[in-house]
Design a protein around this ligand. Sequence first.
Ligand code: ADP
Ligand code: MG
Length: 212
Amino acid sequence: MNTRDIVTAAEAVQSAILANEAHIESLDRAIGDGDHFINVRRGCEAIVALKGDLLGLPPAQAFERIGMKLLSTIGGASGPLIGSFFISMGRDLAGVEEPDAKQFAVALAAGVEAIKQRGKADVGEKTMLDVLIPTSRLLLRLAAEGSDRETVCSKLKQEAEANMLATRDMIATKGRAHFLGERALGHIDPGAKTSQVAVFAVCDMLTEGAAS
Ligand code: ADP
Ligand code: MG
């Protein structure tokens, strides 16, 4: 993976988020305050606007740069969480010129760990972590086993989708939705949805696109 792949992935995520606007909006309107789509769209725009600067940097610095930008760009609960995700990924990759699948998997796990720490949340609390934690764990395992890219991507997509859907039957114990108690039942968590959309976009780009 190089920085061009990161930029291509960001563009793929941006298109996928835009394509899911209505759904993401309606989820945060149902159990949040309705701004999640706008927050994530703003974040994607900020990353893609950095493209010119990012392409001159190694992946570690590119991720840190993205994270810093997101901290100052995205509002809401998700801004600091997603910002710290990228900063931690970048720190984990320090000194690695072109991360391989295993190194990327470890960095992703470090990013997810940063979200856990900052959000003081874990699986089962009806947040983005319900998608990110199991998907990241699965990637660690598949990368360690040396699975091929097609298999990895198809399994990650299944994992992300199943766990996104599972948030529908959870009561939130973190984030705005926790004020709703049982009234949040029956609604998918918006952050879990955007996380699943992002996993799909990156996986599709890696299997259909020209990334190295
Ligand atoms: P806000 O909740 O401030 O309006 P957003 O709407 O952008 O911010 O993001 C809401 C999403 O953030 C939720 O759907 C959930 O997935 C995620 N989230 C909220 N609180 C936490 C937390 N403590 N840890 C992890 N994720 C969280
Ligand atoms: Mg919101």
